[in-house]
Design a protein around this ligand. Structure first.
Ligand SMILES: [Zn+2]
Length: 80
């Protein structure tokens, strides 16, 4: 399955990627800062939100960013 948003925070990507490819990519999300294949777990999301959902890469944060809107695109049970 191809996915086009960070499964943890819902950040949209420029291109969709195969799920399996993502799992072994060890990329770090610009938004939530999780590392795919390492700490991309629901508990990571919970902690991140509890901390006020800080952007890992502040430069990429859109001015009118809306967390609630973005979270609609997460995959709730990813690695649950
Ligand atoms: Zn993310």
């Amino acid at each position: 399955m191809k996915i086009a948003n960070c499964p943890i925070c819902g950040l949209p990507w420029a291109e969709a990627i195969e799920e399996e490819e993502l799992r072994c990519s060890f990329w770090i999300c610009d938004c939530c800062g999780c590392e795919y294949g390492y700490d991309d777990y629901p508990t990571y999301r919970e902690t991140w939100i509890r901390q006020g959902a800080p952007w890992f890469n502040q430069k990429k944060r859109p001015k009118n960013w809306n967390l609630e809107e973005q979270l609609k695109h997460m995959i709730v049970n990813w690695n649950a």
